[in-house]
Structure formats: C-alpha cells, structure tokens
Design a binder for this molecule. Sequence first.
Ligand code: AMP
Length: 444
Amino acid sequence: MKNILLIGNGAREHVLAETIVQSLHHPKLFSYMKTNNPGIASLSEKIQLGSYADLDAIQAFAKVSEVSLAVIGPEDPLNNGVVDCLIKSGIPCVGPQKSLARLETSKSFTRSLLQKYHVPGNISFKTFSSTEGIEAFLDDLEGIVLKPDGLTGGKGVLVQGDHFQSRKEALKACREILEIHPTVTIEEKLEGEEFSLQCLCDGKTVVATPPVQDHKRRFVDDQGPNTGGMGSYSCENHLLPFLTEKDIAAGLSITQAVADALYRETGLYYKGVMYGGFMITRSGVKLLEYNARFGDPEAMNILPLLKTDFLDLCTAIVEGTLDSLPIEFEKKATVCKYIVPKAYGLPADSPEAQSTSSRIEIGDVGAARLYYSSVDQKADGLYMTSSRAIGVVGIASRIEEAETVAEKAVAAITGPVDHRPDIGTWPLLEKRIRHIEEIKGKSG
Ligand code: AMP
C-alpha cells in the first residue's frame, strides 16, 4: 500500500483526490491544503493546513506521513520549488521542478524557448525590461496582448479590445506592469477558437488527454469579465465540435517538441502535466500559453473518464515509462458548470460584491458529480466563501445528456448562487462552429 501526498485545496484537487483513492493499489491520501476543502478532507487519511510557501512544513508533513509519491495540483507550490524540495528528500513528484515550471510562470521563457528550438506554433513577440523600444514594436502589431512575467493568478494577461483599446493605453499598461514585474512580453493578438490540451509527460514521452474547451467569461454568451473559469466541456469522440484530429495532432506535436526543448535547455526531465492553451487561427494551430498543471475546471472533464489506474500513470510519469503504459479514457461527453456566489467576478466595489459567506443547500443532484472548491463545512451546513464554490459535472454518452445531468444538479443547489446555463448547449457550440468556419473562410 502506498501513501500519497496531494498538495492543493480546490475542485481540481478534489477530483485528483477522488481519482487517487479509486486506484486499485488502495493508496492512503495525505493532503496539504492552504484552506480546508471538506471534499478532499473526507477522502484523506490525514490533512494539514498551511502556506504553499512553507516548504519546511510540506516536507515535514510528507516525511511523517511516509509518503512515497507527491501529486501537486496548483501552480503556486510549483513556483515556490516544492518539487525540488521533495525530490531532495527522496520523494518523487508528479509536477515539474521550479526551473521547468517557468513554462507557466514566465511567458518570456516559453516564447523564447519555442523560438530558440524552432518549435512551430509560435507567434510574433518581444520581451521588454524597460519601456525603451516598446512604442516601435506596438506600431508593428495589428492587435496587442500584454503578458507580465511571473505568476498572476490567471489574471495577468491584458488583451486589446478587452482590457485596453489604443496603443497609448497599451504603453501606459506596460509602464504599470514594469513597476511590479521584471519584464513584459508583448505579442500579436490572435483571432480564433481556443482549446485546452492537457498532456501527460514523463520528460520524454508526451500523451494527450481528451481536449476540453473552457469558458472564462463570467456571464452567458461570453459576456462580462474574465474569471478563473465558469465551466468547460469535452465530447464523446475526444474531439470538439470545431476541432479536427489534425488540430489535436498539431497541439500534441508542439508539446512534444517543447518537452524535448526543455530537456535540452535545462538537462531536466519535465514530469507532470503540460497543459497547452491553443488557438485555431486562419494560419493553423498557435500556442497561447502553457500551464504546468491540470486546469481548473478542465481536470474535472478528463479525470473522471480515465480508465487507466491513476497510480500506474503517476508511477510511469516519475519513472519515465509513459511510452509503455496504455492510457485510456472512456468515450463519454462531460459538461462542468461552476456554482459561484452571485457576486463572483464583479468589481470589489460593486454593491453585489459585498455579501461574503452564505449558506447553500444541496438537494438531489442525481448522477452528477460534485467537486468542492471554495466552501466551508460548518456545524449547520455548507457555506460559500467569495470564490468559485462547487464544480458540477455531468457525464453521459452525448453532450446534450451530459449538459442536462449537470443542469438538473445545478437546480438542486440552492442559495445565493449563480452559474452559466449556456455551457455545453447547442446554441453556444454552433456559435463556435460558425466562428471557425468564418476564420477558415478567411484563409481560403
Ligand atoms: P489567463 O488564462 O487568464 O492567463 O488568460 C489567458 C487568456 O488570454 C487566453 O485564454 C486567451 O483568451 C487570451 N490570450 C492570451 N494570449 C493571446 C493572444 N496572443 N491572442 C489572443 N488572446 C490571447
């Protein structure tokens, strides 16, 4: 029997916890969390609460729990070097070392890596540490995207048209970014449809999991501010309605080339998840960014479909034997909808954003799976805090059914909650298809 350390406290880690304890190796789960997640706690042998920056505390918890493997969910502990620290104590990790996690934390590192090793899918970009030369580069671009270096909690990317309008405003935003961040990467704004390809990597072999589409905007029909993600879907044929096998092959081959480049650049094998955010554009599949971990919500779309034993998968990742492990996912569709407090995503000074902790009741959710995120279990029930509360996942043979399962469960959760009813519905999917036809039409 194995003892496994899981680091993280969100819905992504709740589904990871479930997938770990379902292993036929009957592992015991030891969870280190920033704040208590009652879903993860209920699956764990033991939990410890603490900061993701407190590497000594994490290491001590791992030692006393006699864990033989660690799975790291979020980006913060990766960026703090938790993997380097655990590896030093002889604990193998599913998650990259700090210098490899730069794939997510440093946008300039990733763009320059692609450039240096001639990896396809890169776009026009330049990195600046001062404002010198910025104006001239901005003049060269048709559309502008600004990316600060360093972790920004998913809220650092500024896109022309969304966050700023003119070149003058872009320059002002660059000045502000450079006051806090060492560099800013400026790149061309792409137009197209996005898809997420979460790939598993042992440093040599890269394996794709079913593609997923996330919905970042707060409100129906992709209106409102960007959020951590309001929900996501995947299809039974492991494609998306607007995505071909060729597009997936392109994303996978870019990721394989990046894994090879990372090894050549650092001499280290990347062991963990390389989550590529790609865009299908009129000139092919382009890389938007990498995350060094599963997505939240996207982990909830793929992990429940995994047929291969998750601990066998983790062992293959740390031992570098992914090439000889058959990895299978059920041919089912999934729809994930996040239950959020009504005020989620609204500006902090708006009147609606003043309500904080509120109780929610969970009725009969049928066949849906629930994964807890920012919720508190108190003596008198379950309370939401200020962020995304529960990921509700419907799984079925077809996307319409999966959407119905999720929507029925959402209706059974009462309180001052909100969600996006349009995720996984045909009108939204058809909009994506029309968009891609329009994009491809422009290339023909
Ligand atoms: P985040 O996940 O919050 O860091 O935001 C990343 C988002 O910024 C992506 O999902 C895209 O929607 C957008 N984005 C990033 N790079 C580009 C780009 N070059 N062109 C257009 N949109 C981009």
